[in-house]
Each structure stands twice: as C-alpha cells, then as structure tokens.
Design a protein around this ligand. Structure first.
Ligand code: ZN
Length: 266
C-alpha cells in the first residue's frame, strides 16, 4: 500500500511539473509572438518601417518577389569607362566609403580594377554605348534615363548575385552624381523609387523637380542599416521584415531615431 501511495504522489508530481512547464512554455511562446507588436513605436520608427516596405519590397521594373533581397557575399564593383570621368569616380568612391560604414552583417562593397573578378559593374557611358555593350539592357524602358540598375538574384533564396549599373554621361554632372548614389543604393537590394520623401535618394521626381539628392537622408541611412542588419535575412516577406525591424528597435533602443524626437512618449 505504502508503495502504491508513493507511486501516486510521484504521478501527481510529474503531472504538475508537466502542467507547469506547459504553462510556462505557453506564456513564453505567447510573449515571443506578441512582444514586437507591443512596442510603442515613435512616429519616426513608423515612418521608417513604412519606407523600408516601400523601397525594399517593391520594384519599379520587372517582377518583384515582395521579399527582402540582399547580397550575402561581397559586392565586387568594377567601373567601366572610356574617359577619365574624375568627378563621377570620386563620387563612386565616396558613396562606397559612406555606405560601407552602415552595414553590420559583414557585407561590403569593394572596388576592383579587374573586370573578371567583379560581380557588379557600373557603366559610365552614353545610352548608345551602353546599348552596344549590353544589348537589351533598356528593353521595356521608354523614357530617357539618367541612371538605371539591374539586379540579378536567386528567386528562391533572394540572394543578389550580380548587378549592372548604368550612369548616363550625356546628362549634366549634378544629375549624374545624384544618379550614382541612387543607383548604388538600388543595386544593394532597394529596388524601388518613391514619391513620399523629397530628400531621399529614392525620390522619383528628382530630375523633374530639379531637386537632386546627392547625399543619403536619415531615413535612407536607416533603411540601409536595417536591410544589412545581421537579423535581417534575404527572402523575408513583409510580415517577417516588419517584425524583425521591431525586434531591432527593441534590442537597440535609440539607434534608429531622429535626434530631437522624443522616444516612447510615455
Ligand atoms: Zn531610382
């Protein structure tokens, strides 16, 4: 009898532990799923999420997977030119130096003098020259362009493997300089233009409104930082990207804010 009692109490203990651990697991899972939603986002953080979705998950030309696309290996960039194009080359070097300082997942853009070692090329040329070197590059484009970039990526993994950037050297130099920063930003996996923020390099009416942006805006900087954050993987859909951004905000408070803006208005 005594033995039986012992067994019963053991059974109860086991049962309780199971129930308690299950409840803890339940609470834990519930917290994991819900915690990103519970953060009080600042106006700037909301804008940043919206802008990330606008420029990263859409595309102006061609099909968009509606997922994050990014380089998972180094982008080795070759500058193709038949003239010195000193100002453009200086701008390319400056943009690369700036943008490299924003990546925290190990990604880098490197310049190379060896075309064969490159996986990305920036062509400083006229439309005619570009057409000769890359037949079909402007297919489906009816307007005259100051710059254009083409990204090749794996449709499954959404990893970028190759890119071609065209800068139209028949355009005025200030137009070319703003096209250089815009197209390099497109080529790292931010394919879409937008008409929301006039100070952004992705602002689509820059040439028409003579509002040429040759520096990244604060939102541009933060969108780039988010795409090349170790937590942001290629192939994330809108929901996954949004929750990842919220987790980044939570783990790095104050890193994504406009100075002077009050965080967490509580
Ligand atoms: Zn653009």
């Amino acid at each position: 009898m005594a033995l039986k009692e012992k067994d019963t109490s053991k059974l109860i203990t086991k049962y309780l532990i199971l129930v308690i651990s299950f409840l803890c697991g339940g609470i834990f899972i519930f917290k994991m799923i819900n915690s990103p939603e519970k953060i009080n986002l600042t106006t700037y953080e909301k804008q940043l999420i919206e802008y990330f979705q606008e420029v990263a998950l859409n595309s102006d030309y061609g099909q968009s997977p509606k997922k994050t696309i990014k380089w998972n290996s180094k982008m080795v960039l070759y500058v193709s030119k038949d003239k010195e194009n000193k100002n453009q080359v200086i701008k390319i070097e400056e943009v690369i130096e700036n943008i490299n300082s924003l990546f925290t997942d190990g990604f880098k853009i490197l310049l190379t003098d060896d075309r064969l070692k490159s996986n990305a090329i920036i062509f400083l040329s006229s439309i005619e020259q570009m057409n000769k070197q890359n037949p079909g590059f402007f297919d489906g484009i009816n307007e005259s362009v100051a710059g254009l970039s083409e990204i090749e990526f794996d449709w499954g993994s959404c990893e970028i493997t190759n890119s071609k950037i065209f800068i139209n050297t028949d355009e005025p130099i200030d137009v070319q300089l703003s096209a250089i920063i815009e197209e390099i930003a497109h080529s790292i996996g931010l394919p879409s233009d937008s008409n929301i923020h006039t100070d952004s390099v992705f602002y689509e009416n820059q040439v028409d409104e003579a509002k040429l942006n040759d520096e990244f805006s604060q939102l541009d900087i933060d969108v780039i930082k988010l795409l090349y954050h170790p937590k942001m993987k290629s192939g994330f859909n809108q929901f996954q990207a949004k929750n990842t951004i919220k987790r980044i905000f939570k783990s790095e408070p104050g890193d994504y804010s406009v100075s002077g803006y009050k965080k967490n208005n509580s």
